[in-house]
Design a protein around this ligand. Structure first.
Ligand SMILES: [Mg+2]
Length: 228
């Protein structure tokens, strides 16, 4: 069996400015202090990491308890607010997930920097959540590189089948961080240029496969080494 670990933002969906705006307003109101998120990159990072950077950028304490309070405020503010117009399903995603989900030799899972509640908020807007019974999230670890192993353990418990990331896992993502995280776990990496990174920036990290967008299901299956 092959374990496919999908990133969310820039890989499955693109969320408009709602995420950044919500963080800004939630933190400004929590801290009673105008917060800027300018200069803080969100791409490929875990939510706890992003929030810690925002607090630091604004000259505020960014210890464990401050980050945890900021995360709670962010999750509260994001719950139930995203509309279908806020979230774009990226090209090729739905036909690919439909085929992968039904495939006997594939287990789908998420590896995302989003905290779990927000991951499912973003996917649920267009019913993509049903493809992903399990995953590893920013709420599990602030270090993205730890997430593939956590996802593999959960996949094993879910599928009743052990997964060795070195042989059986593929990380699919849109940033250099996704490729680094695949390598840290010994997994293969498929990169797509549907997020914020140019082809050359992803190519520099030498993913196993690099696509402009997610390919047709039969091409994808061949590239992950699974028969249709
Ligand atoms: Mg991403």
């Amino acid at each position: 069996m092959t374990l496919l670990l999908f990133d969310i933002d820039g890989t499955l969906v693109r969320v408009n400015g709602a995420g950044r705006d919500t963080i800004k307003h939630a933190l400004s109101s929590l801290l009673d202090h105008p917060i800027t998120t300018d200069g803080v990159s969100f791409s490929g990072r875990t939510d706890p990491n992003i929030l810690a950077s925002i607090l630091e950028e604004n000259g505020l304490p960014a210890g464990e308890s401050e980050v945890s309070a900021a995360l709670d405020a962010y999750v509260d503010a994001m719950t139930g607010v995203l509309t279908p117009e806020d979230v774009e399903v990226l090209p090729g995603v739905r036909p690919l997930l439909e085929q992968l989900h039904d495939h006997a030799d594939i287990q789908l899972a998420l590896v995302t920097g989003n905290v779990e509640a927000i991951a499912y908020e973003k996917l649920g807007v267009h019913d993509l959540d049903e493809y992903f019974p399990i995953g590893a999230f920013g709420s599990d670890h602030a270090d993205r590189n730890q997430l593939p192993h956590i996802a593999s353990r959960r996949a094993a418990a879910h599928a009743g089948h052990d997964f060795q990331p070195e042989q059986q896992a593929v990380v699919i993502g849109d940033t250099p961080h996704d490729i680094t995280c695949a390598r840290a776990a010994g997994a293969r990496a498929i990169a797509v240029c549907t997020g914020g990174y140019e082809r050359a920036a992803l190519s520099d990290q030498q993913p196993d496969v690099l696509h402009d967008r997610l390919p047709a299901p039969h091409t994808f299956l061949r590239q992950v080494g699974v028969g249709a």
